[in-house]
Design a protein around this ligand. Sequence first.
Ligand SMILES: Nc1ncnc2c1ncn2[C@@H]1O[C@H](COP(=O)(O)OP(=O)(O)OP(=O)(O)O)[C@@H](O)[C@H]1O
Ligand SMILES: [Mg+2]
Length: 310
Amino acid sequence: MPPILEVTALRKAYAGGFEALKGIDLTIEEGEILALLGPNGAGKTTLISTACGITTATSGSVRVGGHDTVDDYRAARAMIGLVPQEINLEPFERVQNTVRFSRGLFGKSANPALIEKILRQLSLWDKRNSQIRELSGGMKRRVLIAKALSHEPRVLFLDEPTAGVDVELRRDMWEIVAELKRDGVTIILTTHYIEEAEAIADRIGVIAGGQILLVEDKDKLMARMGKKELEVQLSEPISEIPASLISDALRLKEGGTALIYSYDTKSERTGITKLLSEVAAAGLVLRDVVTRQSSLEDIFVDLVHEGDAP
Ligand SMILES: Nc1ncnc2c1ncn2[C@@H]1O[C@H](COP(=O)(O)OP(=O)(O)OP(=O)(O)O)[C@@H](O)[C@H]1O
Ligand SMILES: [Mg+2]
């Protein structure tokens, strides 16, 4: 079976010549959840709209379920659901009609039971007869999600689906994503909430300056890039690290109240026992020791900063 999404050497230059995508290669297998992380202006929305065939690529190609998004647009687009970053709804239309109509646009026959299920899932059932303009911002975002699901897509693109929504909807969204995954739907989402990627993604892609910096299995990424830190708090502050302790892994906390030791999560030997005996031998008295593990957020910040380097 071909991969469900295949992006090959994709480039996009906007009118005026600005190159927002500089050769993107990305393969996604059916049923996985990929979170795309990247700073503002990285090219995430451009990548999604090009992948959906809404924006035309300058060169390269995108295939969805084996269908080219340019040569075979209708077949490719029918497989895709898109929740755009910008809210673009007809203000006077009613919620239920908006979602029904969206299904019809894809040539699918009416399915009131399905529309009801989607509206209930998104806590919009009570609002089904409200006009869009009567909804709050978070509710409008739910309508966008309902529309994207209305034609039963096999691949769902979510462009910042939880931007500006409350914690409860964010959790509901994660639950919906998990349910869709159980049905075999492939999901590509962008988010600025890194804990969201940490919570729901199988793989993480990092994009900056129109290029993919990395795509990797989340657990492997966290194991590979994750570092632990041990903070050795001292009973008396010191002004510099004693000469006998100096190493690349050790730094002095601001104010001199603690030594911070970084070590690899995957190495067999952490060096902690040795460090602690050397600390004692140097005549330092411990007050407490605390460990910290780097989060996906720390890893992401490091990666994007590396990307800035010339
Ligand atoms: N229609 C357009 N015309 C010209 N330049 C554009 C257009 N749309 C986007 N760009 C530029 O392309 C780059 C990538 O924009 P894009 O919207 O893809 O970023 P993004 O990663 O989605 O950012 P954000 O996190 O802010 O949503 C930016 O520099 C942006 O200014
Ligand atoms: Mg965007």
